[in-house]
Design a protein around this ligand. Structure first.
Ligand SMILES: NC(=O)c1ccc[n+]([C@@H]2O[C@H](COP(=O)([O-])OP(=O)(O)OC[C@H]3O[C@@H](n4cnc5c(N)ncnc54)[C@H](O)[C@@H]3O)[C@@H](O)[C@H]2O)c1
Length: 415
């Protein structure tokens, strides 16, 4: 049985590990967080993702998945640790570097390493450089030759494109880009992914794969920024942005995105900076989009504060805290930023309605002006209702009740 070592067991690595362990591979999962390792070994995922609990439980029970703090010798290494940016928006690859150092000792000729993390252009080459330094007995860079075959290892960037909430489906169905450090590496990675991916496996070089993934996230960011900018224009001209976009999108070649309270999640908020850092003069639109979307929560919070000022002792129900629909994932959540800003501004008493959370996050839990309530309580008690996240749970709110309250709908859900 082929042995796979997955480094980083988060939203990407754990579903991948669970899927592989249920598809005929033995998977050794590695995470440097003891709690994560213990939780997985007890048969439970530490993250919420539909279907993942069944997969992890089955894999732990049948012995095809085990989690640990350290890697072991394997046939394939999949790196799925986070890439980061610093407070000044500079790339920080420390987790990837740590992961490479951790696997280096175990590498053996014939091994394949795939990097799934989104990274700045040139990172795959950097990884090859680190490995060459750490393991002078192995060959990774040069185009493979028959003479070097017994020393060769293979490396490819295979960026992940899955959508949280549909990860297990998309891991199998999405088309994937495979950017080999050389042609044979790409081919080896393609053969590996073919064993469990139904989508097309598109071969290219590592740099193209890196930039393609970054371009995909920039596309989303820039288009959301345009929609947000249109909403400012619509406010100025007294036009409904929702009607405007609906009408414009009847044009056969126009597809304007939806405005919102800002952009969240750890990908779109981070990845454009990898391009801006490397090529500031060539990424004017990308930088501007990032700034427009990054400022959006401040604008929304200011509008809420203005409206709240019309009430004596306002009670504000904030519907949703997750970074997007139907998740309680708070990473870079604009809704959370808005609530925090309202607290800083003493805008009123805040009732958070987040059906995907059982308790408030630490940054809000100790504040007596903020309370987690259910939807019914929030709607009844509030003077202002602020729709921050378009969770399914908010779809059927009684419009008659909304008419009696001040409402700010940042998602166009109550139209
Ligand atoms: N989450 C997504 O929707 C998504 C989608 C596409 C691409 N990506 C890419 O995948 C990367 C990982 O995303 P994620 O959502 O799985 O992150 P995550 O934070 O959910 O999980 C990462 C895991 O790696 C572990 N880790 C960190 N450093 C480690 C190390 N040196 N050794 C072992 N474990 C280590 C952490 O403890 C954590 O459990 C992102 O940075 C992004 O570039 C994510």
């Amino acid at each position: 049985m082929e042995k796979i070592c997955v480094i980083g067991l988060g939203y990407i690595g754990l579903p991948m590990a669970g899927l592989l362990a249920n598809t005929g591979f033995y998977v050794h999962g590695v995470d440097n967080n003891v709690k994560v390792v213990e939780t997985i070994n007890s048969g439970h995922p530490h993250i919420q993702e539909p279907g993942l609990d069944i997969l992890v439980k089955a894999a732990i029970q049948n012995g095809n998945l085990a989690a640990a703090l350290q890697p072991v010798p394997a046939d394939v290494y999949i790196i799925a640790v986070p890439s980061l940016i610093t407070a000044n928006h500079l790339p920080d690859l420390k987790h990837i570097q740590e992961a490479v150092h951790a696997i280096a000792d175990h590498l053996a000729p014939g091994n394949l390493i795939t990097l799934e993390t989104t990274v700045p252009v040139g990172t795959t080459e950097k990884i090859a450089g680190w490995i060459s330094e750490l393991r002078r007995d192995l060959i990774i860079f040069q185009p493979p030759t028959p003479a070097a075959a017994e020393k060769q290892i293979f490396l490819a960037h295979c960026p992940e494109r899955v959508l949280p909430g549909q990860i297990l489906k998309e891991l199998v169905e999405n088309d994937r880009i495979i950017g080999g450090i050389n042609q044979l590496s790409g081919k080896k990675a393609q053969i590996f992914y073919q064993k469990f991916v139904g989508g097309s496996l598109l071969l290219t070089d590592a740099r193209t794969a890196e930039l393609t993934k970054l371009a995909e996230n920039c596309f989303r960011d820039v288009n959301i920024a345009l929609a947000n900018e249109l909403s400012y224009l619509c406010d100025k001209f007294g036009v409904s942005v929702w009607e405007l976009i609906k009408l414009a999108n009847h044009h056969p070649r126009v597809n304007i995105h939806q405005p919102g309270p800002g952009v969240g999640g750890q990908c779109i908020t981070k990845d454009p900076w990898f391009i801006i850092d490397a090529a500031p003069d060539e990424s004017i639109i990308i930088r501007t989009a990032r700034e427009v979307n990054n400022n959006r929560p401040n604008y929304v919070a200011a509008r809420i504060k203005e409206t709240a000022a019309g009430f004596k002792d306002p009670v504000i129900a904030c519907l949703g805290l997750g970074y997007k629909a139907d998740t309680g994932d708070l990473r870079e959540s604009p809704a959370l930023k808005i609530v925090q800003q309202l607290v800083r501004d003493n805008a009123g008493k805040i009732l958070v309605v987040e059906p995907h959370l059982e308790s408030l996050p630490e940054c809000l839990a100790h504040l007596h002006s903020v309370q987690l309530v259910n939807l019914k309580e929030g709607l009844q008690q509030a003077d202002l209702i602020i729709l921050l996240v378009n969770h399914n749970a908010f779809k059927n709110i009684d419009h008659e009740l909304l008419k009696k309250k001040a409402v700010i709908d940042t998602r166009g859900m109550f139209l």
